[in-house]
Design a protein around this ligand. Structure first.
Ligand SMILES: [Zn+2]
Length: 572
């Protein structure tokens, strides 16, 4: 997730966070957006910044407003009405036949999915194609989906091969129904659940956002699930970041399918997260998805697709989410960077922004590949969508707010910053996963520092230092002055929406600066490469990050900086 660029909404309530409305004049056109979290320094000091960072200066400050918190935004009247998923679906239970000869239900079971790892290779760069062979028993999703954008409905069937990789037996497997989550504003109804071809009784939990299916899975054993589902799609959603739904001709459907969440020593991660911050925490999986949509729709997804006769068949590399978006209005430009096809999709009128997004994504991909490790997938897509976040990350695909496309200007402006931020999430969150709900700093704080590295390698240290001061250091100093400093490593829910941004996105990156200053460039670079290599396709934790740092640098130095910056509420 990047920085909110929220449209102003109704009441302010207990809104203590900083938002600014600003105007950007581009090519004679006037665009107004509101921005949550853009540092005041970035705006008020733009005159001085202009001398150093010409492009950052393109924002003009018009007024200062406090706007309503997303959490107080009422549910839109257009929230789709679907019949609720049954709590303990009795119709899904096997009912003995009264006939003299017992007859078990004989549901139509689709053919066994193709589990050949080679089928996913089109989603990989050739030199990383073998990665799909060495993943082990990750979940394999096979999804067929029909989308009706006019009716605001999607109907799907999902088959999942899930293997118990734990040392103990499993008696249940959870699926998360994200469209029904508070931050999504849609509705998911599961109409049928089979395990091993047999109907089972399921239970819904967590405000009907988690489905529990019974299994009997010994360590190393696998189960085949089949779930039929329907998704009600909100129109013009005002919920959360407005990341899910149909708005202005763009359909954005992150997590449109029942998804198996991460499971660790604390159990299944099915908790309902706040509608700010990121909500998913999933293990890496492999996806095979067929999407039927009206012929006029341009379909864009995670992974790599082929379209034929109105059906888009897509496969993914090792990814922890599968994102789907479509629009009849999308146009695109494409660039190849070291074997990665970068595609930038934009709407009519946003051509300059679409081109700029392509260039920034290409530069960022080069910088991060060199700094952290290679991007293994064949494609990276950048999409313009009407989200109220500045941008949102998904594996192999990032979305950037339409509101920002009108402000595209050139090197270093806020549009660039958001694109570089989201592309960095391909390393931190997508390839190296983390618990975004309970330890959000692991990806967001490192993404913040990674964005500085983009500026350093693209424009030089002087400009990177200006961004450091204005985007990170000054908001942190203000946090101290306001006596609102907090430890960085906390769940999203522990922060107000404003403090979440300032502490995790502003203060957190300063830990990595302090670490680099203390151990030097060579060890710092080795740390990031090691951390990436050790956790690629897996799930990182604070301890795993520390272990990577301690493998290349003095342990007491690493620990003391970590304690001061991440675990304490005062500046060292
Ligand atoms: Zn982010």
């Amino acid at each position: 997730m990047a920085y909110d660029a929220k449209r102003r909404s109704s009441s302010c309530g207990d809104c203590d966070h900083q938002m600014w409305e600003y105007q950007a004049v581009m090519s004679g056109a006037l665009a107004t957006v509101e921005e949550h979290d853009l540092p005041m320094a970035w705006q008020t000091k733009r005159a001085s910044v202009r001398k150093l960072i010409p492009a950052i200066s393109l924002f003009g400050v018009a007024a200062l407003f406090c706007v309503s918190c997303a959490v107080t935004t009422p549910v839109p009247p257009t929230r789709p009405a679907l019949p609720p998923t049954v709590e303990a679906a009795p119709t899904l239970t096997v009912v003995p036949s009264p006939a003299p000869t017992p007859v078990l239900p004989t549901p139509a079971i689709p053919p066994t999915p193709n589990l050949d790892p080679a089928s996913y290779r089109p989603a990989m760069r050739p030199e990383f194609a073998a990665d799909v062979d060495s993943l082990g028993d990750v979940p394999r999703y096979f999804i067929t989906l029909t989308v009706d954008p006019d009716a605001l409905q999607a109907t799907g069937r999902e088959r999942v091969r899930y293997t118990n990789t734990d040392a103990t037996a499993l008696s249940q497997v959870y699926f998360r129904l994200f469209p029904s989550a508070p931050g999504y504003g849609g509705a998911m109804t599961v109409t049928r659940v089979l395990v091993g071809g047999q109907p089972v009784t399921i239970q819904l939990e967590q405000q009907s956002t988690a489905l529990k299916a019974p299994v009997s899975l010994a360590p190393g054993a696998s189960a085949d699930f089949l779930l039929d589902f329907q998704v009600g799609i909100p129109r013009d959603s005002t919920v959360g970041y407005a990341m899910f739904g149909s708005t202005e001709g763009v359909l954005a459907l992150p997590n449109f399918y029942p998804v198996i969440p991460a499971r660790d020593e604390s159990g299944w991660h099915i908790e309902v997260a706040p509608d700010y911050g990121d909500e998913t925490f999933n293990p890496t999986a492999l996806y095979d998805v067929s999407i039927t949509a009206p012929a006029a729709q341009v379909v864009v997804t995670s992974g790599t697709c082929k379209s034929e006769a109105g059906v888009w068949h897509c496969v993914s590399g090792p990814m922890r989410d599968f994102m789907l978006a479509m629009s009849a209005d999308y146009q695109s430009v494409t660039k190849d960077v070291d074997g990665v096809t970068i595609r930038s999709f934009y709407r009519p009128g946003s051509e300059a922004g679409g081109n700029r997004a392509l260039q920034v994504a290409a530069d960022a991909l080069r910088v991060y590949s060199r700094r952290f490790g290679p991007y293994p997938f064949a494609e990276l897509d950048v999409l313009e969508t009407p989200t109220r976040a500045g941008g949102i990350e998904y594996p192999g695909l990032v979305v950037i707010a339409s509101a920002l496309y009108d402000q595209r200007a050139g090197e270093g402006d806020y549009f660039d910053f958001v694109v570089a931020h989201e592309v960095a999430h391909q390393w931190w969150y997508s390839l190296v996963g983390d618990d975004q709900v309970n330890h959000p700093w692991l990806d967001e704080s490192l993404v913040g520092y990674s964005t500085l590295l983009y500026y350093e390698d693209t424009y030089g240290k002087a400009i990177a230092n200006q961004v450091l001061q204005q985007v990170f250091e000054e908001p942190y100093q203000k946090l101290l002055q306001d006596k609102r400093d907090q430890k960085v490593d906390q769940p999203v829910s522990a922060f107000t929406q404003s403090d979440y941004i300032t502490v995790v996105y502003r203060k957190g990156p300063l830990f990595f600066k302090a670490l680099r200053d203390a151990i030097g460039d060579n060890k710092f670079n080795a740390f990031l490469k090691t951390y990436f290599r050790q956790n690629r396709y897996g799930i990182a934790t604070p301890e795993r990050m520390l272990a990577a740092a301690e493998s290349v640098a003095d342990k007491s130095t690493v620990r003391s900086l970590f304690d001061k910056w991440i675990e304490s509420a005062t500046k060292p």
